[in-house]
Design a protein around this ligand. Structure first.
Ligand code: SF4
Length: 428
């Protein structure tokens, strides 16, 4: 692996037969517009096996000129449009975005950091969010009324977020209410508190706001669970089972008291006794990218690099977190690498664009992704420079395309759940 080559360059070399690396799908070398229409799944890559729910936004056609332009031409057009727009636009780039996008971002961060950053730029009338759909929704919820949030490619969804939809969660909630009732115990704790990971639709954040619940990030999940257990006997955690399980286990909750809720089955496939005994009910969602990390990969890294420091994201399966040296959010991983004063070998279990960037930024360390296959988050990957050039040039022409708007009836309770999270003192 060339530590300075971008993930896209590596994928192009693999597709051209000029590399001995492998990718989870050679189709990633194509322009994402090849997958805008008529695909049953999210397209090639780590989340290709996950089905797009009906009703998800669909990207219309990208004008031909943006598909045929070279990368150099696109970068020049993006820079020119940005310069013309000046302070009226702010471009946000998620840690998992490809380098070809990140180089144009005013801010780089995780989804919540970026939504907060946008709020700090009130003069920006347009927020171009280079991330995925739920992130743009959160930015719209938290941004000022005069700010318009734009997602350059509407097909950039998140398969994990889509694993929990408002109808299924509402059905689950009705069954739990029927089983537990709604009366608090003698300590004033209600039977169950809903907690949603930031990686969820605005509708689910709103659901939590309306039902005494809260949002969490991968940085503050333990703080948020403590908040919830002060107010409830149990937690219903969605959509990511792994973040919920890893966090609750570290708090001392036995795995046996964390039943998995399968959306379509009565009582989520559990008995009434199992649910009564439960402390955390885990929604059966997962991240297709972080699910790829395995204990075998960690064992191989330890065998090949004695003394390697293994850090994984808590969206990884429990066995992987248990086998690692440390686990934490994207921001935790970034800070851990930056804080290492001695040359260190890091094996990292998170999205490859971020790992590759850390490797390029820190030549004093040896940094590699645990997964040897070049497999980015395929939906993040749909934000190609062609789409960024298109939305910016439309802004220059006075037209807002691909705006993400959360109805105020949803945004208001969602804000309540987000404010509870902030009051619960998130880490960082
Ligand atoms: S990395 Fe996983 S959780 Fe993040 S956007 Fe991609 S599919 Fe969703």
């Amino acid at each position: 692996m060339n530590p300075t080559a971008s993930v896209n360059d590596r994928i192009q070399l693999i597709a051209a037969g000029k590399s001995d690396e492998s990718t989870c799908s050679p189709s990633l070398a194509k322009g994402p517009w090849e997958f805008d229409k008529g695909t049953p799944g999210y397209g090639p890559g780590a989340s290709m096996g996950d089905v797009i729910p009906t009703g998800s936004p669909v990207q219309g056609g990208l004008p031909e000129e943006y598909k045929t332009a070279t990368n150099d031409e696109l970068h020049a057009r993006i820079r020119a449009a940005k310069e013309t727009l000046g302070d009226k636009v702010v471009i946000l780039g998620h840690f998992y975005q490809r380098d070809e996008i990140v180089q144009h971002a005013d801010y780089l961060g995780d989804s919540f950091q970026l939504a907060v950053a946008a709020k700090g730029r009130p003069e920006a009338e347009a927020i171009v969010f280079c991330g995925v759909h739920f992130m743009a929704e959160t930015a719209d919820i938290l941004s000022n009324d005069n700010q318009k949030v734009i997602l350059p490619n509407l097909a950039a969804g998140c398969s994990m977020a889509d694993m929990a939809d408002i109808d299924s969660v509402t059905q689950c909630w009705e069954q739990l209410e029927e089983l537990y009732g709604t009366e608090p115990d003698e300590q004033g704790r209600v039977p169950v508190i809903p907690v949603t990971y930031m990686n969820s639709s605005a509708a689910l954040k709103g659901f939590c706001g309306e039902h005494g619940g809260i949002v969490c990030t991968s940085s503050n999940a333990a703080t948020v669970l403590e908040w919830a257990f002060e107010r409830g006997q149990r937690v219903l955690f969605f959509p990511d089972q792994h973040l919920g399980r890893n966090t609750a286990k570290a708090m001392g909750i036995p795995v046996e008291q964390m039943p998995l809720w399968w959306g379509r089955k009565p009582l989520g496939g559990n008995t009434a006794e199992e649910l009564t005994d439960a402390k955390v009910i885990l929604w059966n969602g997962f991240c297709s990218v972080h699910k790829r990390f395995t204990v075998e990969q960690i064992e191989k890294a330890r065998a090949e690099y004695p003394g390697v420091r293994v850090i994984v994201h808590p969206e990884s399966p429990m066995a992987v977190v248990d086998a690692s040296d440390e686990y934490g959010s994207t921001d935790y991983i970034r800070k851990a690498v930056e804080a290492a004063t001695e040359p260190t070998t890091f094996a990292i279990g998170t999205e490859i664009n971020m790992v590759q960037r850390l490797a390029a930024q820190h030549p004093e360390h040896t940094i590699f992704c645990l997964d040897p296959v070049v497999c980015p988050c395929s939906t993040m990957y749909r934000i190609h420079p062609g789409y960024l050039a298109w939305v910016l040039e439309r802004l220059v022409a006075g037209e807002v395309v691909n705006q993400i708007t959360v109805d105020e009836s949803v945004a208001e309770p969602a804000r309540v759940a987000l404010e509870r999270m902030l009051a619960a003192k998130p880490a960082n």
